[in-house]
Design a protein around this ligand. Structure first.
Ligand SMILES: CC(C)(COP(=O)(O)OP(=O)(O)OC[C@H]1O[C@@H](n2cnc3c(N)ncnc32)[C@H](O)[C@@H]1OP(=O)(O)O)[C@@H](O)C(=O)NCCC(=O)NCCS
Length: 219
């Protein structure tokens, strides 16, 4: 089915009929390669890899230093707050248990990514992406949450976060990055287009299941 690319950044039940964006790298790799990658130390729980430090002054923007890197375990409360702010901004009531569960899983030794943008000691951006294998598409990374604090927007933070997400995915030999954008979220669509993602030629289907995990996402 290749539906793995069709989950993502449009949050929760409010997805409507989102456009699906993908970025593709073409190369197809095997499981042996994946194991090799995992043993190279892509662990969220350890010290974060410093991916970049830069000054946002190219267009007369802020000159404060923003650093992109993997998240520390100790930052999980701050990350949870930022994701809750993101969900509220999308008109959703944040499900604290579910956010905590997703962040905890990403901070463990999972093959996904949890990247943060730091402005000194403050996290001002977050990207949470999960890995899933697809028999059709190969290694798919799906961006489920992507958010920049409102007071740090239009300063290139999102662009840098996306750039490093792509670089990390290339290092992990991911074949395709997928995410969803709600049709009404024109800013997100403009953003993903501007960083090289293109709408996918796929329908997005869903069926919500009333399960125990809806009441307790940690099950
Ligand atoms: C979408 C979002 C992550 C962009 O982050 P950002 O840090 O403001 O983006 P950047 O400053 O790096 O912008 C990169 C490019 O995206 C486009 N863009 C960003 N914001 C835009 C806006 N408000 N209107 C039009 N284009 C915009 C522009 O092309 C911009 O380049 P430019 O500033 O040189 O013109 C941010 O607006 C956000 O967190 N929105 C709410 C959450 C959300 O919708 N997440 C995405 C879900 S899929």
């Amino acid at each position: 089915m290749g539906g793995a690319a069709a989950a993502g950044c449009a949050v929760g039940t409010n997805c409507g009929s989102p456009a699906v964006f993908t970025g593709s790298f073409g190369a197809t790799t095997g499981l042996a390669g994946w194991r090799r990658i995992r043993t190279k130390g892509h662990r969220q729980a350890g010290p974060p890899m410093l991916l970049s430090a830069y000054f946002l002054n190219a267009n007369g923007h802020s000159t404060r230093m923003i650093v992109i890197g993997r998240a520390y375990l100790s930052e999980r409360e701050e990350i949870k707050k930022l994701i809750a702010e993101y969900h509220r901004s999308e008109g959703l009531r944040p499900n604290k248990e579910r956010i905590a569960w997703a962040v905890r899983l990403q901070l463990r030794d999972t093959p996904g990514l949890l990247l943060v943008a730091r402005d000194k000691d403050t996290i001002v951006g977050v990207a949470l992406a999960v890995y899933s294998p697809s028999a059709e598409l190969g290694r798919v990374m799906t961006v489920n949450d992507f958010f920049v604090s409102p007071d740090h927007r239009r300063k290139g933070v999102g662009r840098k976060l996306a750039k490093h997400l792509v670089e990390e995915c290339k290092r992990m030999r991911i074949d395709e990055i997928g995410l969803e954008v709600l049709h009404e979220n024109k800013i997100a669509a403009a953003f993903w287009n501007s960083v090289g993602f293109r709408p996918a030629d796929r329908f997005l289907f869903r069926k919500k299941l009333e399960q125990a995990t809806a009441r307790n996402p940690t099950l």
